[in-house]
Design a protein around this ligand. Sequence first.
Ligand SMILES: Cc1cc2nc3c(=O)[nH]c(=O)nc-3n(C[C@H](O)[C@H](O)[C@H](O)COP(=O)(O)OP(=O)(O)OC[C@H]3O[C@@H](n4cnc5c(N)ncnc54)[C@H](O)[C@@H]3O)c2cc1C
Length: 391
Amino acid sequence: MKEVARKEAIVAEANLEGDMLSVLGRWLEKDVKPKVRDLEHADEYPTEMVEQLREFGLFGATIPEAFGGLGMSASTYARVVEMLSGVWISLSGIINSHLMMAELVKRHGTEAQKAEILPACAAGEFRGGMALTEPGCGSDLQAVTTSAKRHGDSYKIQGVKTWITNAAMGNCLGVLVKTDLKARPRYTGMSLFFVKKSDGYQVSKRLGKLGYKGIDTCEVLFDDVMVPDTQLVGENEGTGFLQTVGALELGRINVAARGVGVAGAALEAALGYARIRETMGKPIGEHQAVQMRLANMACRVSSGRALLEIAARAFDAGQRCDLEAGMAKLVASEAALENAIDSMRIHGAYGYSTELDVERLFRDAPVLSIGEGTNDIQRVLIAKTLLGRGK
Ligand SMILES: Cc1cc2nc3c(=O)[nH]c(=O)nc-3n(C[C@H](O)[C@H](O)[C@H](O)COP(=O)(O)OP(=O)(O)OC[C@H]3O[C@@H](n4cnc5c(N)ncnc54)[C@H](O)[C@@H]3O)c2cc1C
């Protein structure tokens, strides 16, 4: 009986998720697609769309229902991210690092932190991201120099973070700092704080970008920002680095989903164009050279999606999946880059036109090879994990 009830519950959940995905798909097609080109070219924040994301509950996509979120599995969340990114990658960026911050609080926060932060994140009242990168370090996060020094029952945070997505339009950040600059190994001196804009950090610069427009990416100044010690995630100093890299599994699953979305959009555009553009008396899709490109593009989308599903399923089963998530991130983001350029080639001059979406995909794709660990860092991590297994 219990097994039947469990299966029924899974089917009911799948139906609910199916409904949610079809509503999201219709909204993207009808209300988003027609507006993206203008907003993107104007580098304008999509305020109305963000409000709709909030109404869909997507600011709480992976936050448990007990805290007011949708409690989505990583597999469903990946599907949502793929759908958003297939239309405009910036829309997924608004929820991605926000949900990573929430994931960290969910995993490592105290009961009081969870009770305060998670419902507000799910409702979109707290909107934020992750502040890890600094002017002097990105891949080598243990080289962070932003410091937090204890003063009674508060900490004083001092330093500069850069390339921080959602910093200007959001109102809170997960901030990786050093609480002990001399600790060795370096990561044992690192801690994570949940910091609100009202605590006093300042957005010192908005960064210009090749793509990933509409969404804010900024330099952030922490000039002796005082925060109560209750904002140290998980109460204990020295655990912030391990907390953060643990959450990168979900971060990499989400970048992989974005890659599949962008790669798929580039393929769809190329297929559509190959059917209607004629040269030498026939549609270009009938020329073998174009068919080769289309076939390669389709294989890249499918292989990216297959790896993504393996990683998301492992994550949902509670297994450690850094290898799977790293592989999915690497393959799917390279797929996005290669498909964007192949789609541009298939479109000829029109791929270069600002009146079609292909040029945007070409500008958006590279960020996926940089964020959540560059692709070369993924390669190093994948190889080290495999080599380590043989020991
Ligand atoms: C649009 C955008 C949005 C971003 N949003 C955020 C955000 O919200 N929050 C945040 O904290 N950061 C964010 N970032 C920063 C991003 O995470 C970093 O850029 C990334 O981690 C790489 O760091 P870096 O740019 O300092 O490159 P570096 O670490 O300086 O690396 C430079 C090059 O050296 C290579 N390299 C470095 N070390 C090694 C090694 N050990 N072995 C092999 N190769 C190596 C890298 O692969 C890369 O090719 C964003 C970046 C961009 C472009």
